[in-house]
Write a protein that binds this ligand. Structure first.
Ligand code: TYM
Length: 327
């Protein structure tokens, strides 16, 4: 029996290389090893206000980007969260078993609520419970995510254990799967903070749909330090981040990378990194453009994904309702 993997990604904007290198690329690389379920989490996206026309378009764009990145709909189910109503239903039930103190401890809520220009929604506070529902509905074995989502997966484990201890074995306890390298890709303009979709500064992140000129400008402007030597040294966050990005795009071993840049300065690394990223993204972008010419095809993949996963969710939801005493 292959292990079941579930992960999710928000359809807010064009995804960046942090999302790609820590999450999507790993989903693709291990697609044959697991049974895969990937969810475009639009219900999570609306915890912060989204323009409805833009959100609809971004859902399709993200689906096309995932497929262009190598997610194969023959090997993985890809669907939109709001199309499978059990996610919201299970989230409600889990809400009733979630102490508010547990949610108060979530670091992402603290950060995001500070960023909110308007009022902070109850949905944003409750975000981890919906994420727990996403995971627990599928008897998930593994949840491959970047480091910033680790606390949320641990939260899902805690809720599952709490529910199981009240009602007897119901949920499988999932494991988090964090990449050894690149679990936290940092902002190019601020290498001590994680690369984030919500930062609007031009030089902060490289997006999968960036043009060669944009990639060039962003990498050349990336913050480094006043040194010259090129080593994987975490105490020099700017250069370390660039080296990790280089490593993940090329898959070269670290000693080879260090040897390659021996005696060369940061500009040499930056110039080569630019070419590596452009060449990696070029075929991905052209697959994306082709897919977007036929949005009917994308919609049909998402539709099929939802139809395929619904029975799994209905079985779990029925078991949970029975345990809790609902009709
Ligand atoms: P999201 O959409 O913010 O990010 C998608 C994936 O990208 C990872 N990631 C990063 N990894 C490394 N460096 C970074 N700078 C970086 N930024 C983002 C995230 O860790 C994630 O793996 N709450 C989730 C979506 C979600 C989910 C789920 C995930 C909803 N339900 C169930 C797993 C299982 C999120 O907002 O990811």
């Amino acid at each position: 029996m292959r292990k079941r993997v579930l992960s999710g990604i928000q359809p807010t904007g064009n995804i960046h290389i942090g999302n790609y290198l820590a999450a999507v690329q790993n989903w693709v690389l291990r697609q044959d090893e697991f049974e895969n379920i990937f969810c475009i989490v639009d219900l999570h996206a609306i915890t912060i206000y989204q323009d409805p026309r833009i959100l609809k378009r971004q859902i399709r764009q993200l689906a096309a980007l995932l497929i262009a990145s190598g997610i194969d709909p023959q090997k993985s189910f890809v669907f939109v969260q709001s199309q499978v109503s059990a996610h919201a239903q299970l989230a409600w039930i889990l809400n009733c078993f979630t102490p508010m103190g547990w949610l108060n401890r979530m670091t992402q809520f603290k950060e995001k609520s500070k960023e909110c220009k308007n009022e902070v929604s109850t949905g944003l506070f409750d975000y981890p419970v919906l994420m727990a529902a996403d995971i627990l509905l599928y008897e998930t074995d593994l949840v491959p995510v970047g480091e910033d989502q680790k606390q949320h997966v641990e939260f899902a484990r805690d809720i599952a254990k709490r529910f199981n201890s009240i009602y007897g074995p119901t949920f499988k306890i999932p494991e988090v799967l964090i990449p050894e390298v690149g679990a936290r890709i940092m902002g190019l303009d601020e290498p001590t903070k994680k690369m984030s979709k919500s930062k609007e500064r031009f030089g902060h992140a490289i997006y999968l749909l960036d043009s060669p000129d944009q990639i060039r400008a962003k990498i050349m402007a990336a913050v480094t330090d006043s040194g010259r030597d090129i080593h994987f040294d975490q105490s020099r966050p700017g250069i370390y981040n660039l080296l990790v990005i280089y490593e993940l795009f090329t898959k070269y071993p670290r000693p080879d990378i260090e040897r390659r840049f021996e005696g060369k300065g940061y500009v040499a690394l930056k110039k080569e990194l630019i070419e590596v990223i452009i060449e990696h993204l070029r075929p991905l972008q052209s697959r994306y453009q082709k897919l977007m010419e036929d949005s009917g095809q994308i919609d049909s993949i998402l539709q099929k994904g939802a139809v395929a996963v619904r029975p799994i969710t209905e079985k779990t939801l029925a078991a949970v309702k029975e345990k809790v005493g609902l009709w």
